[in-house]
Design a protein around this ligand. Structure first.
Ligand code: CTP
Length: 398
């Protein structure tokens, strides 16, 4: 629910702007107040009158409007909201944001705000894939801007691919996650998730069966309690959680770097199934058969242990570090030993033997091991495990 929340909605100039009118309705249905801001290009797609009528609010359009400035200055407008949403976020708007330009009302509000910013990109697939846009995405993610979408599909321009704006209800879910009130408000939590891919050559890699479902559910559950979540994920199958900062990585070493870059955090949950080894002699070009039946000789090196590295930090260690233990035998004994060895506070142990169907499945049966002993949870959905774990983390952080 969004009762009592104020959303400043910047509508950029793209064909997807028509969906932003529906977004206004959906946000209002949930109790939010929506204050629309139209860019010049946005006005080409939706009229100020329709945005204003649906929002039942004044629409802001011009940086130099003397009446607007007298009533509410642009600085105040940018801070008065609980969240700033940009939908559609065009390539142009994202470029301005990444470069720090402030030459119209929308870009000035985005520079002046002290609130979180959630963007729903929408553009032609080539524009999305353009190196300039990809650079801007990295910059914006690094600045803490939240993303929802874009989705893949047929586009108004007749092409196919990523670039379609997320649907209004997906944006609503991201808004809810980004401004959720709850016991975790003001707490930063880091979550790792998914498998890692360790290259053998440019086309082959070593991976594992992790779908990323449990880590994703934990990130969602923490965000629903109001936490500010940084989600570092390997190439997982499941859709990314809404309303959290997502950092995509491939390898264990990239994951460690992303984790270190995202600290400090109040708590960290290491749900990723990180590859223990990488191929040290990975080839820069595709390994070919030599026709004589000789086999490639792969040499392995041990990957850094991300959980142990963070658990043993002398300075800036998160107050609560939670690890996972994927075991196939003697689950509690092995997991307890792992907790000691890695130095984390809690370890969530699960049996990943193939007959349990847990790895890659929807359910989990876990034992949470802490200084207080081993707490056996009944088998339940991964979402329920996530909810219960998030509640326990909230309680532990106080
Ligand atoms: N982990 C990590 N970095 C690694 C390996 C594991 O951060 N290089 C984390 C996982 O995210 C998980 C915990 O350590 O929270 C335990 O992972 P698990 O695969 O069960 O343990 P391993 O260290 O791989 O031990 P083993 O394979 O010997 O059981």
């Amino acid at each position: 629910m969004l009762a009592g929340k104020r959303v400043l909605l910047i509508i950029g100039g793209g064909i997807a702007a028509f969906k932003s009118l529906d977004l206004i309705r959906r946000l209002r249905e949930r109790g939010a107040t929506v204050v629309p801001v139209l860019t010049r290009a946005g006005e080409e797609f939706v009229t100020p009158l329709s945005a204003s009528a649906l929002a039942a609010q004044k629409v802001y359009r011009d940086l130099f409007d003397l009446t607007d400035e007298a009533e509410m200055g642009h600085i105040e407008l940018s801070r008065d909201a609980d969240l700033v949403v940009v939908a559609p976020a065009t390539a142009d708007l994202m470029g301005k944001m990444a470069a720090g330009l402030a030459n119209d009302l929308a870009s000035t509000l985005l520079m002046a705000t002290d609130k979180r910013v959630l963007i729903a990109p929408a553009m032609n697939v080539r524009m999305w894939e353009h190196p300039a846009t990809q650079r801007n995405i990295d910059t914006l993610k690094g600045d803490g801007v939240l993303f929802v979408g874009p989705n893949e599909g047929n586009m108004a321009c007749g092409e196919f691919g990523p670039g379609r704006m997320a649907e209004p209800l997906e944006i609503v879910a991201a808004v809810q996650a980004a401004i959720a009130d709850g016991p975790m408000k003001g707490k930063h939590v880091l979550v790792t998730s998914g498998p890692t891919h360790e290259p053998i050559d440019p086309v082959r890699y070593i991976a594992n069966r992790s779908s990323g479902a449990q880590g994703t559910a934990i990130a969602r559950a923490l965000a629903a309690l109001g936490a500010d979540v940084t989600f570092v994920t390997g190439p997982a199958d499941v859709a990314r959680p809404e309303g959290v900062r997502v950092i995509e990585v491939q390898t264990a070493r990239e994951m460690l770097e992303a984790v270190q870059g995202a600290l400090p955090a109040d708590a960290a949950v290491f749900a990723a199934a990180v590859a223990d080894w990488r191929v040290e002699n990975a080839s820069g070009s595709k390994i070919k058969k030599d026709g004589k039946g000789s086999l490639p000789k792969l040499e392995f090196a041990e990957n850094p242990d991300i959980l142990a590295t963070v658990s043993r930090m002398k300075k800036g260690r998160p107050a609560l570090v939670v690890g996972f233990a994927a075991e196939t035998d003697d689950v509690v004994e092995n997991a307890s030993a792992k907790r000691k060895r890695k130095g984390c506070d809690w370890i969530v142990a699960n049996d990943v033997s193939p007959e349990t169907g847990i790895m890659g499945g929807d359910e989990n049966a876990v034992v949470v091991i802490s200084d207080d002993g081993a707490d056996v949870w009944p088998r339940m959905g991964k979402d329920q495990v996530a909810g219960r774990l998030a509640a326990a983390i909230a309680k532990a952080l106080g």
